[in-house]
Design a protein around this ligand. Sequence first.
Ligand SMILES: [Zn+2]
Length: 401
Amino acid sequence: MGVEQSGKPGAGTKLVVRNIGLLLSGDLARPILDADTVVAVDGRIAAIGKEKDVDCSAATTVIDANGTALTPGLIDSHVHPVVGDWTPRQNQIGWIDSCVHGGVTTMISAGEVHTPGRPKDVVGLKALAITAQRAFAGLRPSGVKVHAGAPVIEPGMVEEDFRSLAEAGVKLLGEVGLGSVKDGAMARQMVCWARKHGMQSTIHTGGPSIPGSNLIDKDVVLAADTDVIGHINGGHTALADTQIRALCEQSSRALEIVHNGNERAALFTLRMAKELGQLPRVILGTDAPAGSGVQPLGILRVIAALASLGEVPAEVAFCFATGNTARMRGLDCGLIEVGRAADFVFQDAAQHSAGKTLLESVRLGDLPGVGMVVIDGVVRCERSRNTPPAGRVPTIKHLAV
Ligand SMILES: [Zn+2]
């Protein structure tokens, strides 16, 4: 089933990746690195450089990239997991495993809101958050690092609730606005308590996503001042451009663009961020599972859409889903940098794309072909079953045990 316990997946391994054709760093300041080799020890990046300059000895596994591009593993900043690799939203099993085949190696919960019979009383919502945090810390579906345990705030919560949640290991708040707290001042107070105790917050921006959810407009978003402006392009109904502009201009928080949102509003947000010199704030998510389903290629699709229609270079669009999110979210992955988690996606232009290279094909709006995914230095899938076939794919050589 592609589900396994966590522990230390890459412990005792030395992975050498050689013959990389294009190395994308995930870092907006320097999106392309001049290197063809990456070494990972115990699941962490240990060296990056030209093969002749890097210690490639005593490898346990060698991957010949065969000239393909290597990028950091993609991060989905906005998912709604429930338990294991099952979602009741579309009654689907294996949705996270499908996303690995779309290059996703890390997911961040915006609330376990699809849990059947989800408790809304304070004791119950805290218990659910702690359970979700524990469950996904103990189980990585197909190796994916799911950061879960994101309670949805309700009236009546006091600072002690946030302190005790944080002490129990809960590091996130679910989307503000999905519960009964819709008042900006009350939301701000709780977001402040959460922040004080080291918990990150996000908010549902825009019209209701399904019957029973609510409109959250820019005044509530600005008042709540969450760390992430969740799905700024709507979930799926977007705010008016004037409101999105106000959020870009008047807040300094992350601008999260999601696949399950309004595409035109996504492009408008990107244009605003560019004009304001605020591209480091742009992060990507899917908001899956959702009414429009699960999109295993959702993050790649947003990257291709922004690169082809939003007039940003493809290598920059990849940064939105990797280094930007890692920095905004305080994660140890998302960048090809010594010390970071060895989470890699090998990609190439899809067969018969009009674009001759990965970057050219993405700029033309084509999805890349994923040839391999590595999480914590361990190969999790080879040629993707979901992307169009990559022109070239890496090959693996196992050496010592
Ligand atoms: Zn939402």
